[in-house]
Design a binder for this molecule. Structure first.
Ligand SMILES: C[S@@+](CC[C@H](N)C(=O)[O-])C[C@H]1O[C@@H](n2cnc3c(N)ncnc32)[C@H](O)[C@@H]1O
Length: 260
């Protein structure tokens, strides 16, 4: 590592703050700032963290979820344990089937999946961007597998032209999606964070079989698909039909009947 880099690092406000406040990384402040703004984690949450070494985010997440929560952190590198019963670290590649199986055993369902994972940096913007989006795609697939309805997803992505498509993909499963750069993230860094809330196991744009169990005051059919309350336009009680999800809202979805 170059001398200039080291000097800059020492001068860095968040680096010094992290040393002082005993966080393992300056990155801890990125999670704390994003959480203050977006309320991603709360007391009692079970959290699955991807790309957790050296553990700064884990410390911050543990602080927020408290004694009644649970944090599982995964990284390619070994992480020095934290002295809490409800924090577990796994060494491994979260894109591998073995680690994904292990995660299902340890934390089958959770309220939040957070990822600060970075690919190995090549220095070529387009390559690093593409690798970062690949990690995000994997993180999204893990989120969709583990999150309970209403759950949250936070993921770091290096900026570039593939983000737009990724954001659209996330919007199919979450009612709230925003890109944000916290103050603790260096302005010259390509990283940005995608915050998604209100996970829905039924996806926007997908077609499902539904049985209308009730009718709302506004005259829409009410069906439950994968535990999600779905309002179906123009459907009557008792009807069995195919519906397409048109919109995800906080705590429910809106759908339209489709022919066939
Ligand atoms: C920026 S660091 C995370 C810092 C952490 N949030 C903190 O506050 O201490 C990114 C991490 O992602 C990890 N990573 C990248 N790809 C991974 C993968 N496929 N599986 C597990 N960890 C991965 C790297 O090993 C690296 O430790």
């Amino acid at each position: 590592m170059g001398k200039r880099w080291l000097v800059e690092k020492r001068r860095d406000y968040y680096y010094r703050k992290a040393k002082l406040e005993k966080y393992r990384s300056r990155a801890a402040y990125k999670l704390l700032q994003l959480n203050r703004h977006f309320k991603i984690l709360k007391a009692g949450d079970r959290v699955l963290e991807l790309g957790a070494a050296p553990g700064g985010w884990t410390q911050a997440a543990r602080e927020i979820v408290g004694d009644s929560g649970f944090v599982v952190g995964v990284d390619l590198q070994r992480i020095e344990p934290l002295s809490y019963d409800n924090v577990v670290f796994i060494k491994g590649d979260f894109t591998s089937p073995e680690v994904r199986e292990k995660l299902k055993e340890i934390i089958a369902s959770c309220e939040a999946v957070i990822s600060d994972a970075s690919p190995d940096i090549s220095g070529v913007w387009s390559i690093d961007h593409a690798r970062s989006v690949e990690l995000c795609e994997e993180a999204l697939s893990i989120a969709e597998e583990h999150l309970s309805p209403g759950g949250a997803f936070l993921v770091k992505v290096f900026q570039g032209d593939l983000i737009k498509e990724f954001v659209e993909k996330v919007k199919r499963s979450f009612s709230f999606v925003k890109l944000s750069k916290p103050k603790a993230s260096r302005s010259e860094s390509a990283e940005i964070y995608l915050v998604a809330k209100g996970f829905s196991p039924v996806k926007k744009g997908e077609v499902y079989e539904a049985v209308v169990q009730d009718v709302s005051r506004r005259g829409e059919g009410i069906a439950y698909i994968a535990g999600v309350k779905v309002f179906v336009k123009g459907a009557s009680k008792g009807e069995r039909l195919k519906v397409k999800i048109k919109a995800l809202k906080r705590g429910f979805a809106e759908a339209e009947p489709i022919a066939g």
